[in-house]
Design a protein around this ligand. Structure first.
Ligand code: PLP
Length: 435
């Protein structure tokens, strides 16, 4: 249930026709449905209702402060991975004591900001980082509550670029070295170790890797407790996959995921931190785009749209599948044909779909790329000097622009010609002859 449904043959976000938003705000743009975000949070929270769990929305999936606030209002905390995300979470109204600070490369300034904000915990990923945090905490008069991120060396069976729990990945400390690292941490006056963290990857469509990782965590907790450490908190990361429309098998439900947690580690007398990102917001967003041209190539048909890889990079970066649907519902029985849906950027990888069956479209038609609420707007760039596109949040029959379109002036206004090039007419004169 994602609240993007056809009504009277027009695709709506909740009660708002997407055509209306596209006319007012212009394409391309992202549209998010509040009801979907809220529903996904509810389903996730209910799955863990009988466990002592804090749900910290992984802000990196969609860091718009209106999206964060939508979740914060439902009681979610936040998982942040940069100083910028920390500020976004605080600006959205998430209290410091519900914020987890994760990430493999925190700077001293970011550590100090996290301590100042009184974050619930900082997840540390290496010994050098532990030393740095100890130094920052001592020099600022804090004691950092720390969970050490363990790399459980399990294969998450997901795309290589978003698999994070193998020993060859850059994340966490090797679980075989945990004994030593915890002993070091325990001796540091600026550090208070409160637990352990794992996060094995994103878009997991199979629960087996979680089971393996949690089992390993269970063994580790026993060992660390035998060493005399207090392990009160287990941060289980995020990663639960969502349906993008191309899966053969259904993706696991939050309830099934919670059952894995319950059966593997539910009896350890620990508080859990959960960091869902994609699962909460992924299917709550679409990228709305308009068809510019339908180009009949020699061997294939290209539908050229006004959105591009700089607006939504997942297809180019991960080969990701996004369902693409026309905003005007085609009459029943309309024949589809296979087309490539491509953007205007000068890269062949600027392709949203290849050989995709679509009903006939013409220039001016609106298309919605579904499942674009997570890792969409946040990963956008201004490549090809294309301004970042607007984001719109719908709630019932209302909608609001929660980030206006950047302008080309915004982009160029931040760029500078160095002094040595100013008034340099020769540099601007056409070069004569061969370069
Ligand atoms: C990316 C990330 C998440 C969220 O992952 P999803 O797949 O979006 O649920 C959670 N925790 C950490 C540490 C992450 O890096």
């Amino acid at each position: 249930m994602d609240h993007f449904l056809y009504r009277r043959n027009r695709l709506h976000a909740e009660d708002v026709p997407l055509e209306i938003i596209a006319e007012r705000v212009k394409t391309p743009l992202y549209v998010y449905a509040t009801a979907t975000i809220e529903r996904h949070y509810q389903v996730f929270a209910e799955a863990f209702a009988d466990l002592p769990a804090t749900i910290c929305y992984a802000v990196k999936a969609n860091s718009n402060i209106a999206v964060i606030r939508t979740l914060a209002r439902m009681g979610a905390g936040a998982d942040v991975v940069s100083g910028g995300e920390l500020r976004a979470a605080l600006a959205a109204g998430v209290p410091g004591e519900r914020i987890v600070y994760s990430g493999v490369g925190k700077t001293a300034d970011e550590m100090a900001a996290a301590l100042r904000a009184g974050v619930m915990q900082i997840n540390v990923e290496s010994e050098p980082e532990l030393e740095a945090l100890d130094a920052v905490a001592r020099s600022t008069g804090h004691r950092a509550r720390v969970a050490i991120r363990i790399n459980p060396d399990v294969d998450a069976n997901t795309h290589a670029k978003i698999s994070t729990g193998r020993s060859e990945n850059k994340f966490g400390i090797e679980w075989t070295g945990a004994h030593r690292v915890y002993a070091r941490a325990a001796a540091m006056p600026g550090i208070a170790v409160i637990g352990a963290a794992v996060h094995i990857g994103s878009q997991l469509t199979d629960l087996a890797p979680y089971r393996t990782a949690f089992q390993r965590l269970r063994d580790l907790v026993a060992m660390l407790r035998a060493d005399g450490h207090r392990i009160d908190v287990l941060d289980l990361g995020g990663g639960l996959g969502i349906p993008y429309g191309s899966e053969n098998a259904p993706v696991p439900t939050p309830a099934a995921y919670a059952e894995v947690v319950r059966s593997a580690i539910g009896d350890l007398d620990c508080r859990f931190v959960l960091e869902p990102g994609r699962m909460l917001v992924g299917n709550a967003g679409v990228l709305l785009t308009r068809v510019l041209y339908v180009k009949e190539g020699a061997t294939r048909t290209f539908v050229v749209v006004d959105a591009a890889m700089n607006d939504l990079v997942r297809p180019a970066m991960y080969g990701a599948y996004h369902a693409i649907v026309p905003v005007a519902e085609p009459p029943a029985g309309t024949l589809v044909r296979e087309v490539d849906v491509v953007g205007p950027v000068c890269e062949t990888s600027d392709t949203f779909a290849t050989d995709r069956p679509l009903p006939p479209v013409v220039a001016g038609d609106l298309l919605a790329l579904r499942g674009a609420g997570a890792y969409g707007a946040v990963m956008a760039s201004t490549y090809n000097v294309r301004p970042l596109v607007p984001e719109v949040l719908v709630s019932g029959d209302r909608f609001a622009v929660i980030r206006p379109r950047l302008s080309v002036e915004d982009i160029l206004g931040r760029e500078r010609i160095p002094g040595w090039m100013r008034d340099d007419e020769r540099a601007l004169a056409p070069a004569g002859g061969e370069p």
